[in-house]
Design a binder for this molecule. Sequence first.
Ligand code: ZN
Length: 325
Amino acid sequence: MAYSEDVHEKLICNLCPHNCVISNEQYGICSIRKNENMKLELPFYGLLSALNIDPIEKKPLYHYYPGSSILSAGFYGCNFHCPFCQNYQISQETESVKSKKYTPPLELVQLAVNEGIPSIAYTYSEPVIHFEYIMECAELAHSNNIRNVLITNGYLNPLPAKELLSLMDGVNVDLKSFTESFYHKIGGSLEPVKEFIRLASELTHLEVTTLVIPGENDSEKEIMSIAEFLADIDTDIPLHLSCYYPVYKYKTPPTSIDSVLSLTEKASHILNFVYPGNVGLKEINTKCSECGNTIVSRKGYSVSTTGIINGKCSKCGGGIPFPVN
Ligand SMILES: [Zn+2]
């Protein structure tokens, strides 16, 4: 299905909640989707900014085949304009990249197959604005027994979101704040992201990340509102509270690890699994909800799953509430 329509000689792209009205030869807010003579064109189709093999924990996904590798395909452009973007070279500066080599969907999937990597991540800059390419890759991946993972800001209209999420095996949604004023600053709005999170929880494995920025979204009230919103959906949704480091246009000093650890502890009273992120080599464990045995322990990207034997807790034999190898 094409998410665009022709109204009074302008093209409306209705893929994401911006619903951009695009004049001829212009791009939408994402700098990716273009009106060329009243036809939606995708000049960045299949142009990858990066192709890396990552530990799944780096996405971050902690409750999804812990210790496994993932083939990460990066894109260009974004439908948000965060002044603190950690990947701004590829998300906000798209002009210089059109000479990049095109990677056909089959080539991407074949690479995962040949390297013996079980999943592909659509990641780094915002993937959903490359909806058509990802749909093609994801279908091919499934027919080759490769899983799909989406790392996204969740700013996508419900119809395409359903289509895309139904092909995803895991998703991490970046919930940037719980206030409309914060979302307005980065060029978006909160409600559609909440809607996307609800949909994702119905359709696939979901984890959520919030980058905690001092003075912006780090109040206890705001982080607890995020935890309560997620708990209303499912108290088992993992929430990652990640330390911010100054980058791009933001000069605010980094979040203190202690403040992230304290927010993590407080949110843990509301959600069953809250994890601090970007905290260096601090050990981060997942415990068995039955007996308290450590089932997964993580230090940096080094992961031990010795607490899991044959898909069960090694101590009490209880089930593990997420997919494991
Ligand atoms: Zn146990």
